[in-house]
Design a protein around this ligand. Structure first.
Ligand code: UD1
Length: 421
């Protein structure tokens, strides 16, 4: 298996570009089966998870082309209703096909995407909501049989503002009669992006970004082609920001949307970094020592601090004077990078949903293993500022969310390479 080798201790300088958000592209690709036409999706990153989603679309009968960073999906022909267990388990976001295929075909035969590296990750809210809208769903040995003769819009009050459930409801509700209202909907920028795509495709969705989303079933227009440019990946941008805060230096991250990065920018500024947003770029500079932020870093649904940024921010926090307290409120297994960071000398303590860290002068190179995508990226960030050599294994997790993390960091002056084998 390939692994990443890092010789730590080099400050980062230069600029790095961010492409479209993986977590936007994935549900939009599922939504492309609703249009019975051609979708041109621009600014797509080239990632393993996206390849897995394209493989599902092809198996369903769509014509798919991917050139540079533009993906074209033609769903005008007949679309199958079945997805294999293997394809469903390749990525969790495949569950978005439940709502999409029900809306397109009135039937979906697929599999529960399964547990995952972040913990149990149930789909009970997805199933409850789709059934409230009129779908009949039977679950047997991990298999999902879903049918609908006529879906009817209604008000759905979500117990948790789940991103995936909000997306599934938005997709299915486009084919339901009347109006569907999602109360306590997820407010993430990726939800707003899905709304933009659906409206461009002639559907009628409003309110995304607020806690109440309204979907009027049916289609106002049927454009022959939908062209959509995906919003920037805020988590990729956060990775380069935290890498610079950890390794030191000055880096300009371009192609970003400032708003979803504002909270991270404020925290890094409080920790002693120079952070400057100008138009669609953010420059981050760290020369001196770091200070722990005063308040507990609590992860929460948007506009709270994103759980996906928690492992990344933990690396500069380990090196800061004073103690940083993290409170992880989203997933039950989201500290799996901690034992690996501790092998590098981080001395992080975890108790339940809390993690305490800080006051470490320097990390030392070690051989570590990624256990999930963002935790894996955090290990690479830690290796950049560690003394000596580190190797990071299980990098297939990292490849799910970064085009080629080693190439991006090498362009910023880091000594990072992928070793094949
Ligand atoms: C999405 C993101 C992921 C991010 C997460 C939270 C994608 C592809 N992934 O994941 O990167 O970390 O949002 O911002 O967009 N829950 C239930 N029952 C359900 C659904 C969710 O209990 O039916 C719980 C989950 O276990 C979790 C919480 O709700 O504790 C939030 O999960 P959710 O917002 O659904 O995350 P995902 O959509 O899976």
């Amino acid at each position: 298996m390939d692994y990443i080798k890092v010789e730590g201790g080099r400050a980062l300088t230069g600029s790095v570009r961010v492409y479209g958000a993986k977590n936007s592209v994935l549900p939009i690709l599922a939504a492309s089966v609703l249009t019975s036409g051609v979708s041109v999706i621009e600014n797509c990153p080239r990632l393993k998870d996206i390849d897995a989603m394209l493989a599902i679309l092809r198996a369903l009968g769509c014509e798919v082309t991917a050139e540079e960073r533009t993906i074209t999906v033609d769903s005008s022909g007949p679309i199958a209703a079945e997805i294999s267990a293997e394809q469903m388990s390749a990525l969790r976001a495949s569950i978005a096909f439940l709502g999409a295929l029900l809306a397109r075909n009135g039937r979906a035969e697929l599999f529960v995407p399964g547990g995952c590296e972040l913990g149990s990750r149930p789909i009970d809210i997805h199933l409850w909501a789709l059934m409230r809208l009129g779908a009949k769903i039977r679950q047997q040995d991990g298999r999902l049989h879903a049918t609908v003769s006529r879906g009817n819009g209604c008000e759905l009050v979500l117990p948790i503002p789940s991103v995936g459930a909000t997306e599934n409801i938005m997709l299915f509700a486009t084919a339901c009669g009347g109006e569907t209202v999602i109360v306590n909907a997820a407010r993430e920028p990726e939800i707003v992006d899905l709304q933009t795509y659906l409206n461009a495709a002639g559907f009628s969705v409003s309110g995304a970004g607020s806690p109440v989303i309204r979907i009027v079933g049916g289609r106002k227009t049927q454009p022959t082609q939908v062209v959509h440019r995906v919003i920037p990946d805020r988590i990729a941008a956060a990775t380069w920001m935290c890498a610079t805060a950890s390794a030191g230096g000055e880096v300009m991250v371009t192609g970003v949307e400032p708003e979803p990065l504002a909270l991270l920018g404020e925290l890094l500024a409080e920790m002693g970094c120079g952070v400057q947003f100008v138009a669609d770029a953010v420059t981050i500079r760290r020369v001196g020592s770091l200070q722990a932020p005063r308040a507990t870093v609590r992860t929460g649904p948007y506009p709270g601090f994103p759980t996906d940024m928690q492992p990344l921010l933990m690396v500069p926090a380990v090196l800061a004077h004073g103690q940083t307290v993290f409170e992880e409120n989203m997933f039950d297994s989201r500290y799996r990078h901690v034992p690996e960071l501790n092998r590098m000398g981080a001395e992080i303590m975890v108790s339940g949903k809390y993690a305490l860290c800080g006051g470490i002068e320097r990390l030392r190179g070690a051989s570590v293993c990624a256990a999930d995508l963002r935790g894996g990226a955090a290990l690479v960030c830690a290796a950049l500022c560690a003394e000596g050599e580190s190797t990071i294994r299980n990098i297939e997790y990292i490849d799910r969310g970064y085009e080629s993390i080693e190439d991006s960091l090498r362009l910023l002056g880091a000594d990072v390479r992928r070793v094949r084998g």
